[in-house]
Each structure stands twice: as C-alpha cells, then as structure tokens.
Design a binder for this molecule. Structure first.
Ligand code: PHE
Length: 444
C-alpha cells in the first residue's frame, strides 16, 4: 500500500500547527511559568524557542520528509546498520507517557465544556467556588476517567480514519476561533482590578530567578513540549510530505504561531490570577480555576466559556492525534497492523496508563514517584524535561554530524548561504552544547 500523503502544504502546516498548539500553550505554559517566577521564565522560554526550537523543528521535519518513515524507521532507513534507530525509542516512549496524562487533562476540558453547555458553570458554585468544583471533580474515581476515555476515543477515531480531511478542516476553523477568543479574554482580563500585578509578573523578569538551575530545564522542557519537538510527531507528519514542499517558511510559521498562543494565554491568565488572589504556583489546576472566574466577570461570559472550552478541547484533540500517530505509524510498519488495529491498541494502552494519572489526584494522591511530584507531574517531568530534549539532541546530532553539510542543507531546502550556514552552525554546535549543558546542570 502506498504511504499516505498530505493533500497540500497548507494541510501539513495546519496539522503541524494543530499539533503544536494545544494544552501545552495554555494549561502547561501557565502553571510552569507560574511556578518559575513568570517573567524570567518567559524570556528564557522565548530564547529557547528561537535559538533551539525553530532550527530543530526544521531538522526534525526534514528527517521525516527525507526518509518517509516513522520515528524509528527513519533512522533505520537513513543510517542502516547503525545504532541510530535506538534514539527513535525515546520518541515512542515519550508518546506513551505524554498522551496518557494529556488525555486526562483534555478530559477535564471536556468536562468543563459539558458544564458550560448545561449552564452549570455560568456562575461559580455557591460553596467552594470554582476551586471547590474543580477539586471535587478531579479527586473522584470514575467521572474524570469517563471524560478521559471519551477524549481518547475521539483521538483514536480520528487517527484511524486516516487523519487529514476532518482535522484539516476543523483546524482551519478552530485555530482562528481560539485566537480570537483568547484575544477577547485578554481584553477582559486586563480590565480587571489588580491586573497590572499580573502583567508585571509576566513581563518584568525577576532576574534572581535565573540563578535557579531548574528554571533552565523547565524552560527547555516547555519549549520542546509546546512545539511538539523531540518526540517524532513532526518527523512523522513530515514523512507524509512530498519533496517539493519547501520547509523553512513552514517551520518559522509553526514556531511563531505556537509562541503567539503561549504569550496571549499568559496575558489572559496572570492578570486574572492576581486579580482573584490565586496562587500563581498552584500547579496544573491553575487555568481550570482562573478561567471560569474570568468568564463569570464578562458579559455573555457563559457563551465565551462554552466557546473557549470547545476550542481548547479541539486544540487538545489536534495535538493528541499527532502524539498517537507516532507509535501508531511505528506499529503499523513493525507488525504490519492495520491503522485501525494499531491506533486502537496503542490508544487503549495509553488510556490504561492514564488511569493512574487520574487517580493520582484522588485516592492515589499519596503516591509521589519523583520527589514531591504526583503521578502526572512525574510522568510529565520524565517526558518533557528528559526524553523530549534527548530525542531532540539526537535529531540535532544526526542532522549535524551524521549527514554531510551538503546533505543537511539540502534536506531543509537551504542553500550554502548565510541563512543556511547560521542554521547549520546552530544545529551542529550550539544546540547540542546548550542541551547538554542544561542537562548536566540540572542533575548537579
Ligand atoms: N505541543 C502539544 C501542546 O502544546 C503537545 C505535544 C507534545 C504534541 C509533544 C506532540 C508532541 O499541547
């Protein structure tokens, strides 16, 4: 059977943007920034996105386009008889870890959407407010699992129907919708009393935060997670691209779009966090408490909430399919499984892994695998701060050192000119060195 391909370059761009823009930009960005002092973190994150993220994104997509295979097969094809393919396992492994907690959080988003549809969340519950409502929900056993299962089912269905059509069209409508809603929400959030404090938290770096070694790992992890880098999601998407589509513009477009969503959601969240006296370091629940509080303050807030959680769930879905696609593509080739069989089996395993994540907020909250971290935070830590950067490092080394310079430049459609050489220098030297230094400093 011939390998599938994107209809158009725009289709690829939308799918890649759909992969990049997701819970990472809104949910993860705000609590990681909140935990790491705000402004200094944002700055570091931006530096990493532009210096490491976008150049690497280009490299990652190019490996897939050149090899036309999955994350492990691509290395086997381009570097036969070498151990390079082993690095592809970082990607498959991180896909399992990430989607199992991603589906839990996306399930929370669906639950909120449902309660905006019924109107229950138009006003904060009299007792305990949104904080109480959220806490009461995630600590239960069955309810969150139901929503997570529903989300996983939707993801699987899209992946086995061969992706494209549905998600391409959906993204075309919902990405702009999400952007518009975020802009409107930013307006409301900025008009709240006490919003200035939030803005200075986000934009006035407290330089002393930079003396904390962990901020570097966190910012790097966030850049990787948010750009969908290092797992092979973009590599796999790139493998459905024909050789005549030029890559550099697409890579920059994806990177800029993703950054835009992160910065805007910071402008939505932090003014509200301070206006409503919420602790910016309250972790993963952060947006699920602040956002409904903002909606409640706005005219037609109930409708805005409904649209917002609809768009957020969709953004999560378009990211989740790209994660599921990584092991699905691998197992289809390895075991000659059909797309349906591979996606159902992989998705089901991920869902079962996710059960522990969900229970980690309730009856299993005493389980803290890494330090003080609960199950979600621990899995996220291993995947985002360790596996994704390692996957990215191996991609950079592969393109920078295994390829000849001419092959590398050709793979990304650059000529041997200034831009080409800057990119090559970044990928070959600066990027690996930075990733390695950040790594070592975080273990010391
Ligand atoms: N980038 C996605 C988000 O921001 C998550 C993701 C991570 C997707 C890694 C694919 C690979 O939500």
């Amino acid at each position: 059977m011939a390998r599938e391909q994107w209809g158009t370059k725009l289709g690829f761009m939308l799918a890649a943007m759909g992969s990049a823009v997701g819970l990472g930009n809104i949910w993860r960005f705000s609590f990681v920034a909140g935990n790491n002092g705000g402004g200094a973190f944002l700055l570091l994150y931006l530096v990493f996105v532009f210096l490491i993220g976008i150049p690497l994104l280009l490299a990652e997509v190019s490996i897939g386009r050149k090899a036309k295979s999955d994350v492990i097969g691509s290395y086997q094809k381009l570097a036969p008889g070498t151990p390079w393919f082993l690095t592809g396992f970082f990607g498959v492994f991180s896909a399992f870890l990430i989607l199992s907690f991603y589906a839990v959080v996306a399930g929370w988003s669906l639950y909120y959407l449902f309660h905006y549809v019924t109107g229950d969340f138009f006003q904060a519950p009299a007792e305990g407010g949104y904080e109480g409502a959220f806490g009461g929900f995630i600590t239960q056993e069955w309810q969150p699992l139901f929503w997570s299962a529903l989300f996983m089912t939707m993801t699987i269905v899209i992946v086995f129907s061969g992706v494209k059509k549905g998600i391409e069209t959906a993204n075309k409508v919902f990405m702009p919708l999400l952007a518009l809603l975020l802009l409107a929400l930013a307006g409301v959030s900025l008009s709240l009393d006490g919003s200035m404090e939030g803005l200075s938290f986000l934009f006035q770096p407290d330089w002393s935060a930079l003396t904390q070694p962990s901020i570097y790992v966190q910012a790097l992890g966030q850049a990787f997670f948010s750009l969908s880098l290092g797992m092979g999601a973009l590599l796999t998407y790139g493998s459905y691209l024909s050789d005549d589509k030029r890559l550099p513009g697409a890579a920059v477009g994806i990177g800029l779009m993703d950054t835009f969503f992160a910065v805007i959601s910071g402008i939505v969240i932090f003014p509200a966090v301070f206006a409503f006296n919420i602790d910016p370091s309250s972790g993963p629940p952060l947006v699920f408490i602040t956002l409904p509080s903002i909606f409640e303050q706005m005219p037609l807030g109930g409708i805005a909430g409904l649209l917002f959680f609809f768009a957020l769930s969709l953004a999560a879905l378009s990211s989740a399919i790209s994660i599921l696609e990584v092991p699905t593509a691998y197992f289809m080739r390895l075991f000659r499984w059909s797309r349906t069989k591979a996606s159902v089996i992989v998705g089901a395993i991920m869902f079962f892994l996710g059960i522990s994540v969900s229970l980690g907020f309730g009856i299993w909250s005493g389980i803290t695998p890494i330090g003080e971290r609960n199950i979600l935070d621990s899995m996220d830590y291993i995947a985002s701060n360790i596996l994704l950067p390692l996957g990215g490092l191996s991609m950079a080394l592969f393109v920078g050192w295994y390829f000849t310079k001419a092959t590398a430049l050709k793979a990304v459609d650059f000529g041997d000119n200034v831009i080409g050489n800057v990119w090559y220098g970044l990928v070959k030297y600066l990027l690996p060195v930075m990733i390695i230094i950040i790594f070592i400093s975080s273990v010391l």
